[in-house]
Design a protein around this ligand. Structure first.
Ligand code: SAH
Ligand code: SF4
Ligand code: F3S
Length: 446
């Protein structure tokens, strides 16, 4: 008897840790898709991987410090497995380029626009020949690549609609690590959203550094962000649509009215203010002032009184006085955000602020101001959450609550997290709950 044995090439395994913003989460999914073509399958167990990578963030110094620590850990792993490939991709790869190869042992450095070259680079890696590609592109949007979803529940998918950023906020590294802004083909976005809906997803989040400046032009059509939202919302009435991030200078009435006109576009806007002082906003090159920001908030609340509003705030930017800081506190008091991401200013090499403005608020004073901002926001969050008590909200059931496995959890349209008893409710469905109590980050419902 003769046996024919076909030798299947053994699949190699890739493990990726993702740091930074949601766009990086989506980029990791794109990378897994590209790696599949190079014969790699995804593993969530670092120890069994042939390739370990960190998809990195440079936004603040502490984000980079964490990565240096991870590179140490990856290299420890290499001791047991000499053939292991260690890669650094994403914003820190783009910022530090070949400097990353100088001090630590890294085999692969790839910037955010160069992921298509991964198979070629992996092929070329040798013990003494690390590979690097950090070219930025004016066109790359990975429009044709179907991301390998890495979320655990198959309910909510991120879709990048644009890359890069054309705003040169003086404190920010993103324009240097991600390059010029470019919008992705509208048809490919709608196709991807349809595809995830057909696979059972119930929510899509459209991602970009400044979604309001989305603009796709082809020979036959021009599509702005409001029109794109409309098209994605039209896919199915039970597909929830979210988006981030909005820029206060660009969020248009058309976007606000489009949200209001579609029940499945979630009532939540992340609108980073950064500072409540017009003088600081000018130095930050945000291109709006305090009055403009407050007017946009007033417009949003006039059209959608129930709209959730969250923000980002930076404490202790260059030359910030106590009065500027007070202006931030008073703006936060006045607006009453549901939630905020709050940071101490971190000087980033190469930015306009780094080159032209002294980082002159001492670290302990920055932290003191930050703590004041955090304390105020905690009080405001509790107020905003309390104001929901007695309301009936529609939530998308995501699964068991982390704190209490007997309860379910899910987000309301305004992005507030709700926990509620199962009582026959099914995961992945929209259900109505009534808010009976709260903390400053969770609504407790029945
Ligand atoms: N594109 C978004 C924000 C992207 S970065 C926007 O324009 O709003 C996310 C947040 O990180 C920013 O909103 C800002 O609050 C914060 N951030 C950016 N650079 C920073 C720095 N150098 N120091 C501290 N915080 C910073
Ligand atoms: Fe950075 Fe400003 Fe662009 Fe946001 S809009 S990514 S803060 S440069
Ligand atoms: Fe960080 Fe890059 Fe996102 S610097 S915040 S990972 S765009």
């Amino acid at each position: 008897m003769i046996f024919f044995v076909t030798l299947q090439p053994m699949k190699k395994r890739a493990y990726i840790e993702t740091y930074g913003c949601q766009m990086n989460v989506n980029d990791t999914e794109v990378i897994f898709s590209i790696l599949a073509d190079a014969g790699y399958e995804r593993t969530e167990v670092m120890e069994e991987a042939d390739l370990v990578m960190a998809n990195t963030c440079s936004i603040r110094d502490n984000a980079e410090q964490r990565i240096w620590g991870r590179i140490e850990v990856f290299n420890q792993l290499r001791k047991a497995k000499p053939a292991l490939i260690v890669g650094i991709v994403g914003c820190m790869a783009e910022r530090l380029k070949d400097k990353l190869l100088d001090t630590r042992k890294v085999d692969l450095v790839v910037g955010p626009d160069a992921y298509r070259s991964l198979p070629r680079l992996l092929e070329a890696i040798g013990p003494e020949s690390p590979q690097i590609d950090v070219l930025l592109s004016r066109e790359e949007t990975y429009a044709d690549i179907t991301p390998v979803r890495t979320d655990r529940n198959g309910i909510s998918a991120f879709i990048s609609i644009m890359r890069g950023c054309n705003n040169v906020c003086s404190y920010c590294v993103v324009p240097y690590t991600r390059g010029a802004e470019r919008s992705r083909d509208a048809a490919s976005i709608v196709r991807e959203a349809c595809d995830v809906y057909q696979k059972g997803y119930k929510e899509v989040t459209l991602l970009g550094q400044n979604v309001d400046s989305y603009l796709w032009k082809s020979e036959t059509e021009t599509v702005n962000f409001a029109q794109l939202l409309e098209r994605v919302a039209a896919i199915a009435p039970d597909l929830r649509v979210r988006f981030a991030t909005s820029h206060p200078k660009d969020i248009s009435d058309e976007v606000i009215y489009t949200m209001a006109a579609h029940k499945n576009i979630c009532r939540h806007i992340h609108l980073p203010v950064q500072s409540g002082s017009s003088r600081m906003l000018e130095k930050m090159r945000r291109k709006y002032d305090r009055e403009w920001y407050l007017e946009r908030v007033a417009k949003i609340r006039e059209v959608m009184p129930d709209c959730g509003l969250t923000t980002d705030v930076i404490a202790g930017f260059c030359s910030e006085t106590l009065q500027d800081h007070e202006d931030t506190l008073s703006l936060m008091e006045q607006v009453g955000f549901d939630w905020a991401f709050m940071f101490a200013y971190s000087d980033r090499p190469g930015t306009l602020a780094n080159r032209t403005m002294p980082d002159d608020v001492p670290a302990d004073e920055k932290n003191r101001r930050l703590n004041e901002i955090i304390a105020l926001q905690n009080r405001k969050s509790l107020e905003r959450y309390r104001a929901q008590i007695g309301k009936k909200l529609e939530v998308l059931v995501e699964g068991p609550s982390k704190r209490d496995p007997d309860m379910l959890c899910g987000r309301a349209s305004n992005n507030m997290m709700c926990v509620f008893p199962a009582e026959g409710r099914a995961v992945r469905t929209l259900t109505e709950v009534e808010v009976v109590d709260c903390t400053s980050a969770t609504l407790i419902c029945k």
